[in-house]
Design a protein around this ligand. Structure first.
Ligand code: MN
Length: 258
């Protein structure tokens, strides 16, 4: 999966939509690496869309300019169409997703459209990174932190061949670039301890439930993406698309052999 960045074709997507500030940040990051940068991103915000694919209605591609397109679907749709129909000629060598507004840590990666866009690229055989800028207490994201640290992370990671069917999930800490303590390779932590479900009545007196954005989480577990990002490090987590658990496979095989 090694990539020669000097003449690499880079496809950018996200889940916050083509008009989000984070994708402009990612375009600048990509342009530091190569001049052949394409954007194919969802028309509207698709956060928490996960790896969903639109199959019950047609998809429309809209051209915004040179190498800049939107798809009125999910992040997965955008990457699939970007690779197979929108970009003519040479296939992308690298897919970058983000920069997401907000973290994608712990099992939030399974809800994340940002991670899913990278996952789709990996399934299509293209190396991919997902980038998220953590925002812990509201306020404006430190986009400069992602912009400052992402190019070297891409370059350094691509110096090794990490193999197929793996995407690299990167979370930048919620601090200015010069306060970052370093780059740490981490494992997926545990985030969801309890959802905040808000139950209220709408203006017509009908009940509704809103899934809250705030979650309690354990940021103390060493070696996890959550612990590292909360402490001020860039958390780099390789994620496998193959979700098989091999120890459980052996145990189950034993159980069914009885
Ligand atoms: Mn998002």
């Amino acid at each position: 999966m090694t990539v020669d960045l000097s003449n690499a074709r880079i496809l950018i997507s996200n889940d916050d939509g083509i008009h989000a500030p984070g994708i402009k940040v990612l375009e600048r990051i990509a342009l530091e690496l190569s001049t052949d940068v394409w954007v194919v991103a969802p028309e509207t915000e698709q956060s928490a869309a996960g790896h969903s694919l639109t199959i019950r209605r047609p998809l429309r591609v809209r051209e915004y300019g040179d190498r800049r397109f939107s798809v009125d679907g999910t992040p997965t749709d955008a990457v699939l169409l970007g690779v197979n129909t929108v970009i003519k000629g040479k296939r992308p060598d690298l897919v970058l997703s983000g920069v997401n507004r907000g973290a994608n840590l712990g099992e939030d990666v399974t809800y994340s459209g940002t991670v899913a866009a990278a996952m789709e690229a990996v399934i299509l055989g293209i190396p991919a990174f997902a980038f998220s800028q953590c925002v812990l207490n509201g306020g404006e994201p430190y986009w400069r932190t992602a912009e400052r640290w992402a190019p070297q992370i891409i370059r350094q990671a691509l110096a090794v061949d990490w193999g197929p069917n793996i995407l690299i999930n990167v979370n930048f800490p919620d601090c200015p670039p010069d306060r970052v303590t370093g780059i740490e390779v981490t494992r997926q932590g545990k985030r969801k301890i309890g959802d905040e479900l808000v139950e209220r009545l709408d203006p017509r007196g009908e009940p509704y439930i809103w899934i809250g954005a705030q979650r309690s989480e354990d940021s103390s577990e060493p070696g996890t993406d959550i612990e590292a990002a909360y402490r001020g490090a860039v958390a780099v987590t390789p994620l496998r698309v193959d979700l098989t658990d091999h120890p459980a496979m052996s145990l189950l095989a034993g159980a069914f052999a009885l």
